[in-house]
Design a protein around this ligand. Structure first.
Ligand code: NAI
Length: 459
């Protein structure tokens, strides 16, 4: 069949898949990109972009509500959810059109429909066979997980997919899971005016994989914002009635609310797609890969949320680029997963790169930790945000972790990434002049303190 043989066939048009397609096309390969919905995947349509639009609307609501403390007389009269959704959808649509245009301009053939791996070199889409002469890339992503016996009904017991299209601000909500999704929705709903938000988390802290001091600062900030949480709490069950949900914990405690958001992680989309039949090894549903994202089948690669690496869009981009370059015969470096920056975009934000003190200790590293409190940072006081920058450094060695909490600290993590990825020493960074007054100074000040010459902080 004409046009059905390509250098590369990519199954799934999300962050990992489209990055592989774009880079491969740039390198002169012919590419088919199979997508059953819209290119852009979870990140663009159900994740990063729409949630950050909601969070920005929440920030605007908070600004209106808190305006008097800045001497500005504005009144907050509530949130018009259909209009917020229209704003969010407009942002998504604009980016979607831009992405679709970019894909077209690189002459990538988007094949609409559900694809299935039928052999190590072929993908079938609605009866049509696409043959790959160089490689197939599996990039079918992930979907929200639930717990055994916990049924998602989409109205009272919901996932982030449903939360993104709610037509109202819930009066009250229980959120199961204090990872990025749980904390971001807790933040949005509280900003929008939800009276009672309770997060239930099995581990001892909010954002439990972060540096413990960051978790504690977020907990303090959330408490101040009136967001409740039950930590170290195991979920036992939920009963739904017309009035709402009653969530019970193993401790015997019950919490009533309008709805329950289940945010206990995302699982890979790998079943029924022919992967195992073609010989691709899976582990608990994830496709097993080596450092070049090669699966157990020669010529078949996998990227993004489908593989057991960090489920972040920017990791998918990096893996997609790596695969395209590997297939094209370049000699790319494997992804350095320790070097991946992470941001939870709640108010306040939590951002980090590198390793935590706990991980450093587990690896047998002798580390020193320094914390710079944003109380000493001019711009943070102007913005009225609390938080800190914590550095984890090898004693007499490089900085191996940067952990931050505060409004907008996500924008600071790119510099932190350069510091940890270039294995900079405190003295080197302390030499860099940061513009005053900016929040970026907090990164500089933390390094001044680590180098033993604190400026706006106590030694
Ligand atoms: P997650 O894995 O980050 O967090 C889930 C939380 O649920 C964990 O803290 C876990 O301990 C808790 N949990 C699991 N079972 C539980 C139970 N039975 N009772 C109480 N707590 C329980 O997953 P999340 O937040 O759903 O996000 C999914 C993926 O999407 C993650 O990889 C996340 O990093 C990514 N994501 C990233 C964002 C960002 O970078 N800003 C935003 C949203 C999602």
């Amino acid at each position: 069949m004409a046009g059905s043989t390509y250098d590369l066939v990519v199954l799934g048009g999300g962050s990992g898949g489209y990055a592989a397609a774009l880079r491969a096309a740039e390198l002169g390969l012919t590419v088919a990109l199979v997508e059953r919905d819209k290119v852009g995947g979870t990140c663009l349509h159900k994740g990063c972009i729409p949630t950050k639009a909601l969070l920005h609307a929440g920030e605007v609501a908070d600004s209106a509500r808190e305006s008097a403390s800045f001497g500005v007389n504005a009144t907050f009269e509530g949130v018009d959810v259909p209009k917020v959704n229209a704003y969010k959808d407009k942002v998504v649509d604009k980016l979607y059109k831009g992405l679709a245009g970019l894909i077209k301009s690189r002459k990538i053939e988007v094949v609409a429909g559900s694809g299935r791996l039928t052999s190590p070199t072929t993908v079938e889409v609605d009866g049509k066979t696409l043959t790959a002469t160089r490689a197939v890339v599996l990039a079918t992503g992930s979907v929200p997980k639930s717990l055994p016996g916990l049924e998602i009904d989409g109205t009272q017991v919901i996932t982030s997919d449903d939360a993104l299209t709610l037509d109202r601000v819930p009066k009250s909500a229980v959120i199961l899971g204090a990872g990025a999704i749980g904390c971001e929705f807790a933040s949005v709903w509280r900003s929008f005016g939800t009276e009672a938000v309770t997060i239930v988390e099995a581990l001892p802290h909010l954002v439990p994989l972060e540096e413990e001091s960051s978790s504690k600062l977020l907990e303090r900030a959330f408490r101040k914002r009136g967001i409740a949480f039950e930590l170290g709490a195991r979920f036992a069950g939920v009963k739904t009635t017309d009035a709402g949900v009653t969530v019970s914990l193993e401790s015997g405690k019950t919490i009533e609310a309008e709805l329950l958001l289940v945010a206990v992680g995302r699982g890979p989309v790998s079943s029924g797609l022919g992967y195992e039949e073609a010989g691709v090894t899976l582990d608990r549903g994830y496709v097993v890969v080596d450092e070049y994202c090669r699966t157990s089948v020669p010529g078949v690669y996998a990227v993004g949320d489908l593989i057991p690496t960090l489920q972040l869009a920017h990791v998918g981009f990096a893996e997609g680029i790596l695969v395209a370059e590997h297939v094209a015969g370049l000699n790319p470096k494997p992804v350095d997963y320790d070097g991946v920056p992470r941001v939870t975009y709640s108010e306040p934000e939590v951002a980090s790169v590198g390793i935590t003190t706990a991980t450093a200790k587990a690896r047998g590293l002798d580390v020193a930790t320094v914390t710079y409190d944003l109380a000493g940072n001019g711009k943070s006081q102007i913005l009225q945000t609390a938080g800190a920058v914590t550095l984890v450094a090898v004693k007499d060695g490089p900085v191996v972790g940067v952990h931050m909490v505060g409004s907008r600290v996500g924008e600071l993590v790119a510099e932190a990434q350069l510091i940890t990825n270039w294995e900079a020493y405190a003295d080197d960074v302390a030499q860099l002049i940061h513009p005053h007054p900016t929040m970026s100074e907090a990164v500089g000040e933390a390094h001044l303190a680590l180098a033993g010459k604190p400026l706006h902080s106590h030694s």
